[in-house]
Write a protein that binds this ligand. Structure first.
Ligand code: DAH
Length: 339
């Protein structure tokens, strides 16, 4: 055995390699699992006890010098490449991991795409707003509870500087600077002084829609929303409009879609009702048009507003709204660009 070890030691010492592939061949030949050194290690059990100490040491030395030799040969190639100053442009690059889009962006983009096909353009407005655009021009009476400190974040002692509580403020911004026909949607971030829980957050996102022209009717609103719901939740989706109240629309409604999870049969997501509420809508109140100097005798319009988080939660079966804002990669990585 000792003789074998010595012979192998000699052989490895004399070994040369002219390419990196040859170094790899040497590694496989001597030190891989099936290589000759490993073979000697497995024969070690047959060595008589009185020789074990000596043979064991020789074997370990052999292994160390083989590893050193292979590393030395390998490094020779690495440094040769850099010494020559030439870069091997055919060498594969380091793979760059592409990130994934945030689920809220995926849903927002999907909503933009659907309304885009109906001719709606996209506009945005400021997050820091004034009372006029968030409340007064939208026909909120002065004593309306939504203006209350409880709901609205004011960012200075001046009660006229606040964070918008809804994207309806962008309706006013757009109508103030343009005359009908107006057909646009307004995605954006909104703020409300609410306790953070699985169902509500103090920061969330909405998409607002506005269509103002001559002869715009409630039937137009309903058909637009039906088209939208079917594109987003599937072609068998049904919608239901329930009468509601918003200061800026008359009449107003809330829209439910048939539950996309159970198909309307009833499940724990729709609380066994078969319906999911997804947005508020209505015909733009003439007072709102007039506040923006649009002739309410000549023009009518509809508006709607929805929460992006809520739609994303329904779409992906997400149970807790806080996941959207924690930036936990284990959560975010689940959303490849499937939308
Ligand atoms: N702004 C409302 C909210 O934040 C949502 C809404 C309801 C918007 C009805 C509209 C609408 O445009 O017509 O709760």
């Amino acid at each position: 055995m000792l003789d074998n070890i010595k012979a192998l030691q000699q052989e490895i010492e004399n070994a040369t390699a002219s390419t990196p592939d040859e170094v790899e061949m040497l590694r496989i030949k001597y030190i891989s699992k099936k290589g000759s050194i490993s073979q000697l290690f497995s024969d070690f059990k047959n060595v008589p006890n009185d020789q074990k100490k000596e043979v064991g040491k020789a074997l370990n030395d052999l292994k160390t010098s083989a590893l050193d030799k292979i590393n030395m040969l390998r490094e020779g190639f690495l440094s040769k490449e850099s010494e020559s100053g030439e870069t091997d442009v055919t060498r594969p690059g380091e793979p760059l991991k592409a990130g994934t889009r945030h689920p809220l962006s995926l849903v927002k983009n999907e909503i933009i795409r659907i309304f885009g096909r109906l001719g709606f353009t996209v506009a945005e407005g400021p997050e820091i707003e004034d009372d006029w655009h968030v409340f007064s021009a939208l026909n909120f009476p002065p004593e309306h509870p939504a203006r209350d400190m409880q709901d609205t974040f004011f960012i200075s002692r001046n009660p006229d500087v606040l964070l918008r509580t809804h994207t309806s403020s962008v309706q006013i911004r757009v109508m103030e600077r343009s005359q009908p026909p107006i057909r646009a949607i307004f995605p954006g971030r909104v703020f409300r002084n609410e306790a953070i829980s699985a169902r509500s957050h103090c920061i969330f996102h909405q998409v607002e829609g506005l269509y103002v022209d001559e002869n715009v009717s409630f039937a137009d609103l309903k058909q637009t929303l039906l088209y939208f719901a079917r594109d987003l939740f599937g072609e068998n989706t049904r919608i239901r409009l329930r009468p509601s109240y918003f200061p800026f629309t008359e009449p107003s409604a809330e829209m439910d879609v048939s539950c996309s999870i159970c198909g309307g049969k009833g499940c724990n997501v729709c609380k066994y009702s078969g319906w999911l509420e997804i947005l508020g809508c209505g015909m733009v109140d003439p007072n709102v048009l007039e506040a923006c100097s649009i002739d309410s005798k000549k023009y009518t319009g509809f508006a709607f507003g929805m929460g992006i988080e809520r739609i994303a939660m329904l779409r992906y079966g997400i149970r807790d709204i806080r996941h959207f804002f924690e930036n936990d990669l284990r959560f975010l990585k689940q959303f490849e660009s499937t939308l």
